[in-house]
Ligand binder design. Structure first.
Ligand code: URA
Length: 205
């Protein structure tokens, strides 16, 4: 595969998409990363969850939302009595972008060209799964799904419709909750996060 290109999937199954994405070189992020972290979940999932990009733990394990942010997300879903294993969970960008600081790899935001290059994979996941509901975690995911004008803090927790009629909403990224400096702000951010996600309880899944 040449720089700037990706292998063509053999068919439109998730397995073929995943295999093709593993060799993606559409942007430079593949090189320092350990592996492509593709979405995960049942092909017939009714709910598709979009995050930003894999973090350190996801890059190493190859699975989305398994690190601290994923654990917080799991806790919120559990509190709501929702079963994550029935959801398809993926990211807007499928390689970990980081900066080395000593022994740590610090997350860096994907830039617009990287997000645009990765877009085809999310589009293909959406086409294959055809979910009833899309949930965006954080601004990067929300902009990928709703467009660049989306304002997370104004529009979070509100149902919208995508061009094809799919229902969707956005909430904050779980890392935003974890980043709050004091306990009170963290508790409040978490409560609001759970409250947004509770929209999922009001639909029949
Ligand atoms: N943050 C994300 O946005 N996605 C992951 O998969 C992990 C952390």
């Amino acid at each position: 595969v040449r720089a700037g290109e990706a292998p063509e999937p053999e068919d439109d199954s998730l397995a073929a998409l995943r295999a093709a994405a593993a060799g993606c070189r559409r942007c430079p992020l593949w090189k320092p990363a350990t592996q492509t972290v593709f979405g995960e979940g049942p092909e017939d999932a009714r709910v598709l969850v979009v995050g930003e990009q894999p973090g350190d733990a996801e890059d190493l394990s190859g699975r989305p939302f398994v690190g601290p942010a994923g654990k917080l997300f799991d806790r919120a879903l559990e509190e709501l009595g929702l079963d994550r294993s029935r959801f398809y969970v993926t990211n807007a960008v499928k390689h970990f972008k980081f900066e080395r600081r000593g022994k740590f790899r610090m997350h860096r935001s994907p830039d617009p060209s990287e997000r645009a290059a990765c877009r085809i994979w999310l589009d293909r996941e959406l086409e294959t799964i055809r979910p009833d509901v899309v949930v965006c975690l954080g601004a990067i995911a929300a902009k990928a799904v709703f467009g660049g004008k989306f304002r997370l803090m104004e529009d979070r927790g509100l149902w919208r419709k995508l061009a094809d009629g799919t229902r969707a909403f956005a909430t904050v990224h779980p890392s935003y909750v974890l980043r709050q400096r004091d306990d009170d702000s963290r508790h409040e951010a978490y409560a609001n996060f759970v409250d947004d996600l509770s929209l999922l309880k009001r639909i029949r899944l």
